[in-house]
Each structure stands twice: as structure tokens, then as C-alpha cells.
Design a protein around this ligand. Structure first.
Ligand SMILES: Cc1cc2nc3c(=O)[nH]c(=O)nc-3n(C[C@H](O)[C@H](O)[C@H](O)COP(=O)(O)OP(=O)(O)OC[C@H]3O[C@@H](n4cnc5c(N)ncnc54)[C@H](O)[C@@H]3O)c2cc1C
Length: 495
């Protein structure tokens, strides 16, 4: 089976409850969900969410005390991968719920808040959404214009603003929403997550028309004088920045797991095609260049699974979760795109028409480099982390050590404390360092990946990661002519 070659769900025993559940789910989805139909209909099959709720899908990341199965981040990743392997819109709907949608309540709410909301969310009676993005605040969440103002007369909050591109917006009844909360709890500045119900007066906008993920719901939310008690605030007043950061770290790991599911499906389709299709008197799979491409896809997928599994293992280590989740999100979304693109290429013209399914996988994959943090923003963030809190992983005795050494070399070349400060103000260098940190995190995870019988796949993956790290370390980003080129360009569009 192709799954065996790929190292299906690394580090998980056959009787692992998450794996048993994911296998059951895969069988159910194979019967129940036709991805082409979901894409054409722009909606999930009638009744599917209720059936998934019956199976217990919506409670995987919720503690047993509130009706969930408490499988943690690793379990949620196993589940989301299985869902995405069949259909990315289903995986996005469920993944958002078990990740971003419920994480704030699970990790930061009071028990009274958990008692009120988590049982319905665990059973799937209600679906969750998570809303940070606004017309004027996308990558820069310090610019939130949605405000929750405390009315001193009533002691209640009045919430005004607009959220856009909210996954599950049209399906959810429970929303965790990022808002500015100046003055709350005496803090001059600050943000918080609030939990709102649709019945509080949240107005849902029209469904967006999208390139991919067409079966998943994406809408705006309008908040006009929504009146709620202060018991809707999740976490201490003004603590939203930290809370949102940790929720995003959890959610983007689950999203990275979805990337592995899609890439796995793309590789399966491409492998079958090149084994059957004959050109130049032999199967495409016999062409040496095609063989390198297939090996790259296998190695890339193995590395994706390794970094997702390694991130799942540090769920409770805040600092390490942030670092690894950034690496997992960037690497898996890029590798998903690369694998889906190569799969389409190997299908030739048949990949460009919808019948083979290769085009749908590529369309669905594209958003993952943008949502839950645009990759270029995350790379600079990871580079900054590496400057202020460098990581020094233990030696693995593999090519991963060379990748780690290249990063150390680049950082050392950038000098001591004074130069370090200069680098922190230089997004282009931070971006490059972030790229090396991604490759280091992924290489170390791949080296440590316990996958019996997959030494060749693992070593090929490590060789490619080292090659990419050498390119990033040895060749600085050329910036000498950038200002001239870009200023001329911008002048051309200025009125
Ligand atoms: C289908 C879909 C589902 C979504 N689901 C949700 C959801 O459930 N909840 C939610 O809150 N949001 C959601 N989003 C919004 C998504 O998270 C944002 O689109 C994303 O964070 C980027 O914000 P933006 O679109 O405002 O892009 P901008 O911030 O305007 O950035 C545009 C581009 O500019 C570049 N860029 C910006 N800043 C920098 C920088 N500092 N350095 C380098 N490059 C930079 C990047 O290439 C970036 O992609 C969703 C979006 C889509 C399309």
C-alpha cells in the first residue's frame, strides 16, 4: 500500500485511539463524500455534519469532562489528515472547529464558561468559528477596529465592528472573536477573545465565492451594538495578544496536518497515473526525471508528517509549540502546494481538466500559504524568534545536523548584540533566517522520525532539506537594486 511507503501517521501505534478513529473515518468518508460534487455544489452533503457529530469528530480536542474524547493536538492532527485525504472542504470545516474554533475556550476559559459552551461544541450540536481578520486588520492584528466597550452604567460590553473571511461563518452558532478592549480591567490598550453566540445579534454575511475549499463556509460577520456581559471575555482583560497567539499556534498545526492529507491524495493519484501512462515506449514512471520527482514527493510528505508529529508532541510547551507550529505551517503549506503542482504536472493535460481531481487538490491547497498567517509574515516572525531565543537541537547524526550548523553559521556571521539588533530591524534578513529555521526544524523532526523501513525515504528527504538550506545560507537575498526597481514600478501606477 502507498500509505506504508509513506510512513502513515508516524510514531503512532496501530492501536492508538486517534489512528483507529481516523481509519474508521476514512472508510466512512470514502463512501459518503464525493470531493468533485462538494466542489461543484459549493456545500457539504446534506446531513454530513450531523453524521460526523454522531461519530464524535467534533470533540477530539475537547477534554472528556466536557464531553470530548481528549485526543489532544496530535490526535486532532491525525483526524484532520484523514479528513483532508478525502476532502479538504470537510477537513477545513472540522479542522477549524477542533483547532482555532474551540481552543480558546479549552485552554483559557473559566470552568463556568467551559460548562456553558464546551458540551454543545464537543457533541457537534453547535459548530465553532474563530474571527480575527477585518477589512483593515489582516496580517497586522494590532490594528483591530472591532471594539468591545464597557458601559460603566450597566457593567456590560457593547461590541461593534466587522470580521471578514470567517471559516464556518455561515454554519457556526458559537464564535470566538478577537476585539480591542481598551480600558477593560484598567488596561489602557489591549485585546481579548470574546465568545459570542449568533443569537446575541451576530449578523452573518453572504458566502464568499472562492478559488478552492468551495464546500466550506466563508463569510463576514457584522457586529452592531451587540450587548453581552463581561463573562464573555476569555482570559484576563487585555491578555488577548497572548491568548490569540497560542490559539493560532494550535490551529495552524492542525491546518498543517490537513496539508499532509491533501499531499498524500495528490501523490497517490500521480503514482497511479505514472505507473499506467506510457510515453516514449515505457511508463512515465520509468523516466529518470519523473523518478526524481516522485522521490521528492515521497520525501516531502514524510518530512511534512514528521514536523506535524513533532509539533503535536510539544502541545503543552508554549515556546516550543510556537516555534514548531510556525515551521510546520510554512513547510507543510509550501510542500502541499509543490506536491499538488507536481502531481498535476505529471498528469499532463489530463491534470488541467477537472476529471482527474488533480486540479481540485491544487485549488484547495492554495489558501494554506495565506490563511492562519501569511507565510512571509510567519517566516520573519520565526527569524526574529531565532535571533532572540535561538534553538540548539541535539545532534542527530544525520544531514539534519548540517542544516542546523548552516543556521548557526549565518547567525554567527551577523555578529554580536549590536548587529543582532540591526538584524531584528531587517525583515529581509529575518525572513532568510526564518527560512533556515523552518528547514532546521523540519530536518531534525525528519531525522528523529521513527518510521521502520523508511530509511531511504527519510535520507532522500534530508538530502533535499540540506540542499535547500545550503541555498538559503550561502546565497544572500539580492537587495541592491530592489528600491530602484520597485520605486519605478510604483511610480508607474501612481496617479
Ligand atoms: C478561505 C479563507 C478562510 C479564512 N478563514 C479565516 C478565519 O476563519 N478566521 C480569520 O480570522 N481569518 C480567516 N481568513 C483570513 C486570513 O487569515 C487572512 O486573509 C490572512 O491572515 C492574510 O490577511 P490579509 O488577507 O488581510 O492579507 P494582508 O495582511 O493584506 O497581506 C497580503 C499579503 O501581503 C504580504 N505581506 C503582508 N505583510 C507582510 C510582511 N510584514 N512581510 C512580508 N509580506 C507581507 C503577504 O504576501 C500577504 O499574503 C480566511 C481567509 C480565507 C481566504
Amino acid at each position: 500500500m502507498i500509505a506504508d511507503v509513506l510512513g502513515d501517521r508516524p510514531g503512532r501505534a496501530d492501536d492508538d485511539p486517534a489512528r483507529v478513529f481516523a481509519d474508521e473515518l476514512s472508510r466512512f468518508l470514502a463512501e459518503r463524500v464525493d470531493p468533485a460534487r462538494v466542489d461543484a455544489d459549493h456545500r457539504l452533503p446534506e446531513g454530513l455534519l450531523g453524521e460526523l457529530a454522531e461519530l464524535g469528530v467534533f470533540g477530539v480536542s475537547i477534554p472528556e469532562r466536557w464531553g470530548g474524547s481528549e485526543l489532544g493536538l496530535g490526535g486532532a492532527c491525525t483526524l484532520v489528515e484523514a479528513l483532508a485525504h478525502r476532502d479538504r472542504a470537510v477537513a477545513t470545516t472540522v479542522g477549524l472547529h477542533v483547532g482555532l474554533g474551540t481552543r480558546g475556550l479549552v485552554a483559557f476559559a473559566t470552568d463556568a464558561q467551559r460548562d456553558r459552551w464546551l458540551p454543545d461544541l464537543a457533541s457537534g450540536r453547535r459548530l465553532a468559528a474563530f474571527a480575527t481578520t477585518e477589512p483593515g486588520a489582516g496580517s497586522d492584528l494590532s490594528r483591530l477596529a472591532t471594539r468591545a466597550r464597557l458601559d460603566p452604567a450597566t457593567g456590560r460590553l457593547r461590541v461593534d465592528g466587522q470580521k471578514i473571511y470567517v471559516t464556518n461563518g455561515g454554519l457556526a452558532r458559537t464564535y470566538t472573536i478577537a476585539v480591542a478592549t481598551e480600558g477593560l480591567g484598567g488596561a489602557a490598550f489591549g485585546q481579548n477573545l470574546l465568545v459570542l453566540e449568533r443569537d446575541d445579534g451576530v449578523v452573518v454575511g453572504a458566502e464568499e465565492r472562492k478559488l478552492g475549499l468551495r464546500g466550506s463556509s466563508t463569510t463576514s460577520l457584522f457586529l452592531d451594538g451587540v450587548d453581552v456581559g463581561v463573562d464573555r471575555v476569555i482570559g484576563a482583560p487585555g491578555s488577548g495578544h497572548k491568548v490569540i497567539g497560542q490559539v493560532l499556534a494550535f490551529g495552524r498545526t492542525a491546518m498543517a496536518a490537513g496539508c499532509t492529507g491533501t499531499a498524500w491524495a495528490a501523490l497517490e493519484g500521480a503514482t497511479r497515473h505514472v505507473a499506467e501512462r506510457r510515453q516514449f515506449g515505457k511508463p512515465l514512471a520509468a523516466q529518470p526525471v519523473v523518478r526524481v520527482q516522485l522521490a521528492d514527493m515521497v520525501g516531502g510528505l514524510l518530512a511534512m508528517r514528521a514536523i506535524v508529529a513533532a509539533t503535536g508532541r510539544v502541545e503543552h510547551d508554549e515556546a516550543e509549540l510556537e516555534r514548531r507550529s510556525l515551521a510546520a505551517k510554512v513547510f507543510c503549506s509550501e510542500m502541499d502546494w509543490t506536491i499538488c503542482d507536481t502531481a498535476l504536472q505529471l498528469h499532463g493535460g489530463s491534470g488541467y481538466v477537472e476529471e482527474t481531481g488533480a486540479a481540485l487538490l491544487l485549488r484547495d491547497a492554495r489558501i494554506t500559504r495565506i490563511f492562519e498567517g501569511a507565510n512571509d509574515v510567519l517566516l520573519s516572525r520565526l527569524g526574529a524568534l531565532e535571533m532572540v531565543r535561538p534553538s540548539a537541537p541535539a545532534a542527530t547524526g544525520t544531514a539534519a545536523d548540517d542544516v542546523a550548523a548552516l543556521l548557526v553559521e549565518v547567525r554567527a556571521a551577523w555578529g554580536g548584540a549590536a548587529d543582532g539588533l540591526k538584524v531584528l530591524r531587517d525583515p529581509v534578513r529575518l525572513h532568510r533566517l526564518g527560512r533556515l529555521a523552518v528547514l532546521r526544524e523540519v530536518a531534525v523532526a525528519t531525522a528523529e522520525h521513527a518510521a521502520p523501513g523508511q530509511a531511504a525515504q527519510r535520507d532522500h528527504a534530508l538530502a533535499r532539506l540540506r540542499q535547500a538550506a545550503e541555498a538559503a545560507a550561502r546565497v544572500p537575498t539580492p537587495t541592491d537594486h530592489v528600491d530602484d526597481v520597485v520605486d519605478a514600478l510604483l511610480n508607474a501606477v501612481s496617479p
